[in-house]
Each structure stands twice: as structure tokens, then as C-alpha cells.
Design a protein around this ligand. Structure first.
Ligand code: CP
Ligand code: NVA
Length: 311
């Protein structure tokens, strides 16, 4: 049965751990795993800008023995109105997997429903699950585990990163605290889903408007841009509303002494994060960016294997 990775909770806790183990092994032996040797092609489609995702998928697919076909989706016939389903039917006969960065989650779900090859979410408006796997890999490298740790996320609590931290963090057994003002809080359905996952993994999820309460004892302090791609309208109001949620020295002083700082990047120093924190000793953002490649290779490898199994 074809497996896809469209949201963080598409992986059960044990499956997420398997993928993270594989990512760790692949980081140590980058050329030892060749699921796409042949080479098989993997389509990597972008409806939005990207640096890290574009590069890490292209390089990673090459390391897996495959050929990355990176397409600016607007320049494909989808940009002129060809349906997602028809595009899937064409691609599935040419490529071993489809990776897509797009707008609404319903678009990638439509692609997956029509595709017999694995579809991977490279960011939608609602979720960024590949990023969270890389973040969890970074957390494991620092602390040797994820379960029982606390992650505090600041700023835009309604964006893809906040939602993916809730689902992916809860799957990994981490407590996830979202620190955001009214009007910038997570989708209640995602929050409820994360709480449900937490019942099985021991994770607790919460939302607060108090930056110091969220930081108290946190092992991981995370943030993201306040203006996600596609949200440029009303930018000034968003920045004004989120300014009290900047990750700065005070937040870091309230977190655990050995807390690490994550940011999926690109970062806007002086807005969501103070330069001294992003560039400071607790920051792990460059490891995090590198781990995109290892985590995504593991996902592609894992999905290919699962999809080959009989239903
Ligand atoms: N973090 C991330 O997804 O970066 P890009 O937008 O550069 O791909
Ligand atoms: N929330 C950001 C993440 C960028 C990698 C966005 O969607 O633009």
C-alpha cells in the first residue's frame, strides 16, 4: 500500500522513531543507502520560494542514487490550470516519489489521493512535517532523546511550524507549549489531535500568552518568521501584535540552563528572534538546516520500503 507523508501524524510514534533512527544512520553513512539507484527520478515541485528544502531534497535524492527533478510548479501546466489529479497521473508513471511545496493542505491531499507513488509534504500553509523531523533529529543529537523534554514555541501560533511542532512533537513524546497572543493561536482541531496523540505518548500540549511561563524549564526554545509565505498582507499589524513574543535574552534566561534554540530559517533578526540568540551559543540552527537532508532521505527511503509491501 502506498504510504505518503502529508502531515506529522502520518507517522505513528514507533514509525517516527524508525525514521529518526534511519536519519541518524544515514548521517553517518551518507552514500550507503540507494533506494533510487538506477537511477529513479523524484519530482520536487515548488509553488513557493525555498532555499533549504530545494537544496536538501536535491542533494539528498542524489545521495540516494536517484535523480532530482526540481520544478517551479508555476512553470508546469499546473500553472495554467491543469488539475492536480491529472498531474499526479502523469508523474506517477515517470517518477519514484513526488515532493511538493504548495499552499492549502487539501492540494497535497488531492495529489496523494491520485498518486500510486509516495507524496511528501515539503510545506503547506498548515504543516511543515519534514522540518519537524529534522528538528527532532537535532533534539536527539543534543539530548539523546525526545520523550519527556519540553519545547516552547513563540510567535505565530497559527502557522505551519506551530501546527507541525504540536503534532510531530507530541508524536515524539515531547511537551509542546505554544506561546502566542489571541488571534495567532493554533487551529483547535490540530491542538485537539496533538492532545490525543499525547494520551498515548505522555506528551502534554498547552497554549499561553505568557512568554516566561512558556519558557520555564524548557529544553528547546523555537520560533519562526511572523510573516509566512502568502501572509504579506497586513504584515505591519502582525509584527506589532507579535513583538512581545520575540525570543530574546529574557526568554532564554527562563529556559533550562542547557536549552537549545531552533529556528527553521529564514530568520529575521530583531523580529521573531534577537540576533544574540540566533547567533549565540545555544543556537543549533545550522545543524537543524543540515539535518533536513538526512531526515528527508530517511523519509523517502522509509516510504519507498513501506510502499513496496503488500497491502
Ligand atoms: N526551513 C525551510 O523550509 O527553508 P526554505 O524555505 O528555504 O526551504
Ligand atoms: N512559516 C514559514 C516557514 C518557512 C520555511 C512559511 O510558511 O513561510
Amino acid at each position: 500500500m502506498t504510504r505518503h507523508f502529508l502531515r506529522d501524524d502520518d507517522l505513528l510514534p514507533a514509525e517516527q522513531a524508525e525514521v529518526l533512527d534511519l536519519a541518524e544512520a544515514m548521517k553517518k553513512d551518507p552514500y550507503g543507502y540507494r533506494p533510487f539507484a538506477g537511477p529513479q527520478t523524484v519530482a520536487v515541485l515548488f509553488d513557493k520560494h525555498s532555499t533549504r528544502t530545494r537544496v536538501s531534497f536535491a542533494v539528498g535524492i542524489g545521495e540516494l542514487g536517484g535523480l532530482p527533478l526540481v520544478i517551479d510548479a508555476g512553470s508546469s501546466q499546473m500553472g495554467r490550470g491543469e488539475s492536480i489529479e491529472d498531474t499526479a497521473k502523469v508523474l506517477e508513471r515517470q517518477v519514484g516519489a513526488i515532493v511538493w511545496r504548495t499552499f492549502g493542505q487539501e492540494r497535497i491531499e488531492a495529489m496523494a489521493s491520485a498518486s500510486s507513488v509516495p507524496v511528501v509534504n515539503a510545506l503547506t500553509d498548515e504543516f511543515h512535517p519534514c522540518q519537524i523531523l529534522a528538528d527532532l533529529q537535532t533534539v536527539r543529537e543534543e539530548f539523546g532523546r525526545t520523550a519527556g523534554l519540553t519545547l516552547a514555541y513563540y510567535g505565530d501560533g497559527a502557522n505551519n511550524m506551530a501546527h507541525s511542532y504540536l503534532l510531530g512533537g507530541a508524536t515524539a513524546g515531547m511537551d509542546v507549549r505554544i506561546c502566542a497572543p489571541e488571534g495567532h493561536r493554533p487551529d483547535p482541531a490540530v491542538l485537539a489531535r496533538a492532545a490525543g496523540i499525547g494520551e498515548a505518548t505522555g506528551a502534554r500540549v498547552s497554549v499561553t500568552a505568557d512568554p516566561l511561563e512558556a519558557a520555564a524549564g524548557a529544553h528547546v526554545v523555537a520560533t519562526d518568521t511572523w510573516v509566512s509565505m502568502g501572509q504579506e498582507e497586513g504584515k505591519d499589524e502582525r509584527i506589532a501584535a507579535l513583538m512581545p513574543y520575540q525570543v530574546g535574552a529574557e526568554v532564554m534566561a527562563a529556559a533550562a540552563d542547557d536549552a537549545i534554540v531552533l529556528h527553521c530559517l529564514p530568520a529575521y533578526r530583531g523580529l521573531e528572534i534577537a540576533a544574540e540568540v540566533l547567533d549565540g551559543p545555544r543556537s543549533r540552527v545550522w545543524d537543524q538546516a543540515e539535518n533536513r537532508r538526512h531526515a528527508q532521505k530517511a523519509v523517502l527511503h522509509w516510504l519507498a520500503e513501506q510502499s513496496r509491501r503488500p497491502a
